[in-house]
Design a protein around this ligand. Structure first.
Ligand code: G4P
Length: 528
């Protein structure tokens, strides 16, 4: 492989995720984005609402009913000369861990805001997560076909609440039934909106120049209002600054309607022009550049039973360097073995496809028969491990009970597999046969019981259990560890990946245990 080819493939790619509050329009934007990618002919098939072609298991039904999206899907599509990877993030607050890990696999984010509502609670939390890595953010103010809030006020709110400077790239003309289109501040042109064309790529009319008399003909009194408004906006708002954008300090802002498929392409133009190409990632040994020759990548997501017809688990791997080729061998660093990637998946337009070639920034799906865990690193042979993909200690605990005791093996298998996805964690106490499920949010408990039923044919229910928190145990000295294990046995458990965990009935108990065993480390997060 030549270095130039590698560079060219890296330069082409943009890998991003959408962050938003539920109902702001993430799914609708995803549909339109794919429409632009010509990956699908007619928008409206992502959720498979009407088509019924996409078989979905019951828990997906559940997420639909609750209006949330539990899964993280991956889509790749061409846009202009670029190849764009879009990683979907779960929208519900209970899935923040999953979202956190997905955001470690992208190089930029699109923030979607419902312009009638402004900055909502979930967006604030997600922005906090993106800030941990200073991820560059683009902003789309959605639903301009409705009566929305004043655009100046919206931008002020973003700046104040989210602490990020706003640079409008487009500016809306009217709103709701009177929505006329947008003025593109950098291109100095007005792009006119026509309603009722949400399912196609619009043939838009563009008028060059704010002073063009054609504008007055086309939109009447809005033309003069716009001229005055733009003068004010240009005086009062930030100018786009690439450096500040790349540092995550400033966001380019676009206005439009995802439902009406208007404005999404302006945002995509900005994404391919400004958003970073695949970025380097840190390992325990060195920084890995995307142009490094050898293949490397990390697993940020594992999902069981994506397709009810294939009872498999898929590990999503973000490629950091080198090239993936079907049939190649790679080192599975944690277990120290070379494995063959015989049939990895790519994610074109939501459908699974066999990947031939993939490059840095791309996501591939590896079939997982139980050997791959979250955070695993694969390389061309080098012993290094990508860092920064943690598990968080759960805060809620339940004991899980079988209704049919003969299904114990199934239950066990199901729980271990579901815990590999990272949404819940399972603990097996050292000195009894309980199975304890831990989660960061309540909703995950429901999802697990529902999935156990549909995917593993196991009827299970929860019982309350007296657990306040859990900590992963670390100790370099085997002797000290053994002593600790003996003394603290009744509070110890194995987690789904066979890591020793301290299960504390109260915070005071945890504190005492820590004081009694100063040579043992109690960790709140577990790096995979
Ligand atoms: P989400 O994934 O962020 O949760 O949001 P989603 O795209 O599902 O959109 C939430 C609701 O907002 C949907 O309506 C969708 O049609 C609507 N919507 C999205 N973009 C726009 C827009 O630009 N203008 C208007 N007016 N509405 C928009 P719903 O009735 O809840 O669902 P559906 O059954 O119509 O899909």
């Amino acid at each position: 492989m030549s270095n130039e080819q590698n560079r060219a493939e890296v330069d082409k790619r943009r890998t991003f995720a959408i962050i938003s509050h539920p109902d702001a329009g993430k799914t609708t934007i995803t549909e339109k984005v794919l429409l632009y990618g010509e990956a699908i002919q007619k928008a409206g098939t992502i959720k498979g609402k009407k088509s019924g072609q996409h078989a979905k298991s019951d828990w997906m039904e559940m997420e639909k009913q609750r209006g949330i999206s539990v899964t993280t899907s991956v889509m790749q599509f061409p846009y202009g000369d670029s190849l764009v990877n879009l990683l979907d993030t779960p929208g519900h607050a209970d899935f923040s861990e999953d979202t956190y890990r997905t955001l470690t696999a992208v190089d930029s984010c699109l923030m979607v805001i419902d312009a009638a509502k402004g900055v909502e609670e979930r967006t604030i939390k997600l922005m906090d997560v993106t800030r941990l890595r200073d991820t560059p953010i683009l902003t789309f103010m959605n639903k301009l076909d409705r009566d929305v809030r004043d655009p100046v006020e919206l931008m002020d709110e973003v700046e104040e609440v989210l602490k990020i400077a706003c640079a409008p790239i487009t500016w809306p003309i009217g709103m709701g039934k009177q929505f006329q289109g947008v003025y593109h501040l950098l291109r100095d042109e007005v792009i006119l909106y026509q309603s009722g064309q949400g399912h196609t790529i619009q043939d838009t009319r563009t008028i060059k120049g704010l002073d063009n008399p054609e504008l007055d003909e086309a939109i009447g009194h809005y033309a003069q209002d716009l001229r005055e408004e733009i003068e004010l906006v240009q005086g009062a708002s930030h100018e786009f600054d690439l450096d500040a954008f790349l540092k995550g300090e400033l966001t380019p802002v676009y206005f439009g309607t995802a439902l009406g498929n208007f404005g999404v392409d302006h945002m995509l133009d900005g994404l391919v022009e400004w958003a970073p190409t695949p970025q380097p990632r840190e390992t325990d040994k060195r920084l890995v550049e995307p142009t490094d020759e050898g293949f490397s990548g990390f697993v940020f997501k594992i999902q069981a039973n994506m397709d009810p017809q294939h009872r498999d688990r898929v590990a999503f791997l973000r490629i950091v360097s080198g090239r993936y080729r079907q049939g190649m061998k790679a080192r599975h660093v944690r277990i120290g073995k070379d494995v063959r990637f015989s049939d990895a998946l790519t994610f074109m337009a939501g459908d699974r496809d066999h990947a031939e070639d993939a490059w840095p920034g791309d996501i591939i799906g590896l079939h997982n028969h139980g050997t791959i865990q979250l955070g695993d690193t694969f390389t061309a042979g080098e012993d290094m491990k990508f860092t920064g993909i943690p598990n968080f200690a759960p805060e809620l605990f339940r004991r899980i009970q079988l209704k049919d005791p003969l299904k114990a093996k199934q239950l066990h298998k199901g729980l271990i597999q579901l815990s590999e996805e990272g949404a819940v964690q399972v603990f097996r106490p050292l000195n009894n046969n309980d199975l304890i499920v831990g989660a960061v949010g309540v909703l995950q408990f429901d999802v697990v019981v529902s999935r156990l039923k549909t995917e593993y044919k196991v009827d299970a229910a929860y019982e309350p259990i007296n657990v306040a928190t859990a900590r992963w145990i670390h100790c370099d000295d085997p002797k000290t560890l053994e002593q600790f294990q003996n003394k603290a046995q009744e509070n110890l458990a194995w987690d789904g990946s066979d890591h020793l965990t301290y299960i504390a009935p109260t915070m005071v108990n945890l504190q005492l245990a820590q004081e009694r065993h100063p040579d043992v480390t109690f960790r709140k997060t577990r790096e995979h």
